[in-house]
Design a protein around this ligand. Structure first.
Ligand code: COA
Length: 378
């Protein structure tokens, strides 16, 4: 009999034994995946077996998308199609969520349960390509610019990151392009995090790819997953203003707050993405490098002092914030930038989920009031 993390298959026709309750599902293995391997002990991250250190600076994001989704750099993520979303509020995550839903119906995307893998892959490729376009258009609106940049001008860009900036700002500084490409590659996929789990849950119902992607965007807008960079920059500003990173960290923790960009469910030693992004921030000449480095040292020391048994390393989002800041990405756009990167992982997981064909339906243990008459409720 094969046992997966507390679930024992008890034989045909019988229900699996329910495992122990784990808050946050920590340590519960819900799927087997061939996509990414966050290596907890080696503190490294591999997409389809390839270490991300071999990808950054060697392949542009759109080819890394190909590696994650197709296990092949070519043809990679396609160019976005010409499209103006019905809703462009300037709030990028909600514009993206709405755009995915709109594209589902405009393109008449068929349900995953009714289509073959190639059609699902092509739907996801089209949607992924559109992501950068929608976020760039939304960011442009947030900047108060109502006229879109002409498509033929954007076509002069060579990479997805460059075209993203051209569509948004009408110009693309090469340092900004490198910063965004590096960030997108480092955050393209990371196993079963909250947004990816959401995408898989929706895919497991047999919904269409746009519905699964739209749901995933909703899951990443909270600050505990994908949204932390938006809170890191204000933290750096406050620490710099105080001029004493150690005191800043102590005061924040004394107030019972969390240091954004520290701690991780998987990595206990070092987050390999932070290891890549930190030198990138230095090489790109980040004006915040010094203050970020000082705050990181102060935070790691104080967290270790307060929680000696719980390693709380710098995570991807701390140095992501600094790298995105090099490209002058406003903190509030950070969750949408994360969404642009993570479409690779979501797409690959939606395809993988489709192959299992098994509806995701875990159990909840009831701990509410015992049976009682309606009249006893006030
Ligand atoms: N700052 C201060 N304390 C932290 C902390 C942080 N960033 N991260 C964890 N802790 C503390 C918690 O308060 C908790 O203390 P307690 O046991 O006294 O209650 C303990 O460490 C364990 O926290 P827990 O939430 O159970 O850890 P987790 O592994 O489930 O959480 C994160 C992982 C990422 C959600 C968590 O570390 C966090 O909130 N980090 C800040 C947000 C962030 O950077 N998100 C991006 C993740 S890539």
């Amino acid at each position: 009999m094969r046992t997966i993390s507390g679930f024992a298959e008890t034989g045909p026709g019988t229900l699996p034994r329910v495992n122990d309750f784990k808050p946050g599902l920590e340590g519960v293995v819900a799927f087997e995946t061939e996509i990414a391997e966050p290596d907890r002990d080696g503190n490294s991250l591999r997409y389809r077996g390839v270490d991300i250190e071999e990808l950054v600076g060697h392949y542009p994001y759109e080819n890394v998308w190909g590696l994650v989704v197709d296990e092949s750099f070519e043809p990679g993520m396609p160019e976005p199609e010409s499209f103006r979303p019905a809703t462009l509020s300037g709030n990028a995550p909600s514009d993206l969520q709405a755009a995915f839903a709109q594209l589902s119906s405009e393109w008449k995307l068929r349900k995953l349960v009714d289509i073959q893998p190639q059609e699902a892959r092509d739907d996801l490729a089209r949607l992924s390509g559109m992501t950068m376009s929608v976020v760039a258009q939304s960011a442009r609106v947030a900047d108060g610019k109502t006229e879109p940049v002409p498509d033929d001008f954007i076509a002069q860009g060579t990479t997805a990151a460059e075209k993203f900036l051209l569509r948004w700002r009408g110009e693309a500084d090469p340092r900004h392009v490198t910063a965004i490409d590096t960030y997108w590659i480092c955050t393209a996929e990371h196993g079963l995090n909250a947004s990816t789990f959401t995408a898989r849950i929706v895919a497991s119902t047999g919904a269409d790819c746009g519905a699964a992607m739209s749901a995933a965007v909703g899951a990443l807008s909270g600050p505990l997953h994908g949204g932390a960079p938006a809170r890191v920059i204000p933290m750096l500003d406050a620490a710099e203003e105080m001029g004493d990173p150690e005191r800043y960290v102590r005061d924040l923790l004394d107030r019972g707050e969390r240091l954004m960009g520290f701690g991780h469910r998987i990595y206990r030693g070092e987050d390999p993405r932070a290891r890549l992004l930190k030198p990138a921030a230095l090489e790109l000449g980040s004006p915040r490098y010094e203050v970020a480095d000082a705050l990181e040292q102060a935070a790691l020391a104080e967290l270790h002092r307060r929680k000696p048994d719980r390693p709380l390393p710098t995570n991807v989002e701390f140095w992501s914030a600094v790298v995105l800041d090099v490209a002058e990405i406003p903190p509030e756009l950070a969750p949408a930038m994360f969404g642009c990167a993570r479409v690779a992982g979501w797409s690959a997981h939606i395809l993988e989920e489709r192959t299992t064909g098994r509806l995701i339906r875990p159990s909840a243990r009831y701990v509410g009031p015992s049976s009682r008459p309606a009249g006893s409720v006030l």
